[in-house]
Design a binder for this molecule. Structure first.
Ligand code: MTE
Length: 343
């Protein structure tokens, strides 16, 4: 019998089966697992470890902070405008993934676990009005309206690779602004060491949140220096226009050297905190997901290799690069850490 791709539970969620069973009545558990998100090309059988992939020695040059600060903010075209991008490749020469693929193959469990259905299920999700409360250990806590963020911060294009922990990847021309610009504005206190992010909790609009197999809302975290790094952005758009709901509209995090699950969508709350935040996946499956989640081909997921990945739109697999190819910019953040332990 041919099994539909939408009936395959993604490998990385299968781990939470014990959680499923704990949190959901046995009957519905079966249904949930059966309706798990499509992983037609997810992590296949473990592939042999390749010789250590080397980081790119072509550093990407992030836009200078000054030029960003002095640029004139431009209105971003609506999500249904024609897709545009400033370049057709990333700094490694990798082709941009198509707009179609980026917007129709998604992980957003608040809506559904079926990657190919997210766009449809989320299409009427209201992303206006929308506010983001930035607080915690800061001198100037403030709730920002999304329109204010769009006006205030020039929206820059950043072409980044996105590497999902499930071992597929894309190249995405994001629009957004450095998270550091927002954090500087609220003036972190000296005790602030981490940043905690929270997705909107709206079970009436987000059907997946009515299932209790994880503790909603989705939470993620970064160390403060990771959050202040110039590569880290809050994305508001892609392909030159505003984000669609399935990609995390109106505001999502992008930290391109980390597995995609760190890039939390639909953010409504950002807190500066003293202690390391516990992310949704750390709480759900601590034996499989750590805080850092830096892309690392040398450290296999407990159930599959991370040495290679499938670039969406390509047939053969390619080697995964340490830190997703951004080692030159970020490896220094982890000096003194054993990334096999601190995964
Ligand atoms: N954020 C929230 N709130 N909910 C999610 O389910 N999925 C994560 C991440 N952010 C997720 C999320 C995962 S696993 C990945 S790989 C990326 O979003 C996918 O982003 P994309 O759908 O825009 O490609």
């Amino acid at each position: 019998m041919k099994i539909k791709s939408s009936e395959i539970t993604p490998e990385w969620l299968y781990l939470s089966r014990r959680k499923f069973i704990k949190g959901v009545a046995a009957a519905t558990t079966g249904a949930l697992i059966a309706s798990g998100c499509a992983a037609p090309t997810g992590p296949g059988p473990a592939t042999p470890e390749p010789a250590a992939a080397r980081a790119s020695d072509t550093p990407i040059v992030p836009p200078a902070a000054e030029s960003a600060a002095t640029a004139t903010p431009q209105a971003v075209p609506p999500a249904d405008a024609a897709p545009t991008a400033g370049a057709s490749t990333d700094e490694l020469g990798d082709k941009l993934t198509s707009h179609e693929a980026i917007t129709t193959y998604n992980n957003y469990y608040e809506f559904t676990m079926n990657k190919e259905a997210v766009a449809f299920v989320a299409k009427d999700f209201r992303t206006r009005p929308w506010t983001v409360a930035v607080g915690g250990l800061v001198h100037k806590p403030k709730t920002f309206d999304i329109e204010e963020l769009l006006r205030k911060y020039p929206q820059e294009e950043r072409i980044y690779r996105l590497r999902c922990v499930e071992a597929w990847s894309m190249v995405i021309p994001w629009l957004g602004f450095p998270l550091g610009s927002l954090l500087r504005e609220v003036e972190p206190m000296s005790q602030a060491r981490y940043v905690r992010f929270e997705t909107v909790l709206d079970p009436r609009e987000m059907g997946g949140q009515r299932d209790s197999w994880v503790d909603w809302p989705y939470v993620e975290g970064l160390r403060l220096d990771e959050a202040m790094h110039d590569l880290t952005i809050l994305a508001t758009g892609l392909y030159g226009k505003l984000l669609l709901p399935q990609n995390g509209a109106p505001l999502r995090l992008v930290a391109p050297w980390k597995y995609g699950f760190k890039s939390i969508k639909g953010i409504v709350k950002i807190d500066l905190v003293a202690e390391q935040p516990t992310s949704l996946w750390m709480a759900t499956a601590p034996e499989e997901y750590g805080f850092y989640a830096n892309v690392n081909p040398a450290v296999a997921h407990p159930r599959w290799s991370q040495a290679t990945e499938r670039r969406i739109g390509e047939l053969s697999r390619r080697k995964t690069l340490p830190f997703n190819g951004y080692a030159g910019q970020v490896a220094g953040l982890y000096a003194g850490l054993d990334l096999r332990q601190d995964y």
